[in-house]
Design a binder for this molecule. Structure first.
Ligand code: ATP
Ligand code: LTN
Length: 334
């Protein structure tokens, strides 16, 4: 790109339907940071196949996710929005970085442990080396910051460790990235089990609010959200369900937990849940309208996919070539 703004990279998997947690923990921050940085927002479809996918469904979801990026407010003229699988440098750098990552480091990754438990019939090597591909994503673009939800903290730390190890051996090849966790919404919890994060792969449909849920679905799920028998709207550890609803309301309405407590002092849970549903719907309504409009414009989305993949490949190949040279691969004959 033309200027010397700092670089931002982030990505989301095209698995399952996106939840409010993905929006408040990631996408919303992406939009607010997009003016300040030179941004690459990737649909990480290569990460998705670490868990078995139906090919047709994956293809559809990847496109829906890219459309959602634009619908949420990321301008594809200003931000590079693309599919990971369209830029072969991701997989190529991941291979090299695999050779600079220790099994001991990967053994410590909690996401691997969680996913291996969940998919015990398919504990594949890709699932195990998932963080190395993620490191390649980030390091390819010499990224300065990576906005993610707090569940990705460990993956950013291993990325930094791999980059530092490589730089110590070969000189300053990679920029060391910093994670960025938003002020609110960094960890939205399940509506049914508020000690677990809201996840798009949760089997209980009442546990998660999906970004494409209708206003009625949102209202029903908020009404059913697990709370407690204390009866006071307070932001504290002993009331995890309520605390989560306060986080959701606060993130949607741009208010701090203290402001929310004050606004609802003396009110009952029923009234508060209605207000949470309305706040969520006020965020989802414009998103639904924009996505519906974009879905009709197939040629436009196709042109974004093509142009942005070329832009991303150009930037990524610069780093890849440098790395290949550093590790001793023979130069290309022109
Ligand atoms: P899964 O639950 O299927 O593993 P996921 O919902 O975590 O997937 P990802 O594509 O892995 O989805 O994550 C996309 C982004 O959304 C990441 O930055 C992640 O940190 C963030 N994120 C996911 N769930 C939440 C949540 N409950 N609260 C806040 N941020 C979240
Ligand atoms: N593991 C991430 C998705 C992801 C990502 C990335 C996020 C893959 N590559 C690079 C930031 C930067 C997750 O959100 N679960």
């Amino acid at each position: 790109m033309l200027d010397n703004r700092k670089v931002l990279f982030s990505g989301m998997q095209a698995t399952g339907n996106l939840t409010l947690g993905n929006y408040l923990g990631a996408l919303k921050n992406w939009v607010s940071l997009s003016d300040e940085y030179d941004c690459f927002y990737c649909v990480v479809d290569e990460h998705s196949i670490t868990v078995r996918q139906d090919p047709g469904v994956l293809r559809k979801r990847a496109r829906a996710l890219l459309t959602l990026y634009i619908g949420a407010g990321l301008d594809p003229e200003k931000n590079c929005l693309y599919y990971q699988s369209h830029v072969s440098a991701h997989a190529e750098l991941a291979w090299i970085l695999n050779c600079f990552t220790y099994m001991g480091e990967l053994n410590r990754m909690t996401q691997f442990k969680d996913k291996a438990e969940k998919h015990s019939d398919n504990i594949n090597a890709g699932l195990y080396t998932y963080p190395v591909l993620m490191a390649a994503d980030i390091l390819l673009f010499q990224s300065d910051i990576v906005p993610v939800g707090s569940d990705q903290k460990q993956h950013i730390e291993i990325t930094r460790d791999i980059a530092e190890r490589f730089n110590n051996l070969y000189g300053d090849v990679f920029t060391i990235p910093e994670p960025y966790f938003g002020k609110t919404g960094a960890r939205i919890m399940s509506l049914q089990e508020p000690e677990k994060k809201m996840s798009k792969s949760d089997e209980n449909p009442n546990a998660s609010i999906y970004l494409m849920d209708s206003p009625d679905d949102v209202l029903r799920k908020c009404k059913r959200a697990v709370t407690d028998s204390i009866g006071e709207i307070r932001y504290c550890e002993e009331q995890p369900g309520l605390r989560n609803l306060i986080d959701i309301y606060g993130a949607c309405m741009e208010k701090s937990p203290a402001e929310v407590e004050k606004e609802f002092a003396g009110k009952g849970y029923g009234d508060f849940k209605l207000a949470v549903a309305e706040a969520v719907n006020s965020v989802l309504r414009p998103l639904h309208e924009e996505v519906a409009r974009l879905e009709k414009d197939k040629a436009y989305i196709d042109s974004v996919i093509k142009n942005n993949a070329e832009r991303a490949a150009y930037a990524a190949n610069k780093t890849l070539r440098k790395v290949q040279k550093k590790v001793g691969f023979p130069e290309r004959v022109r």
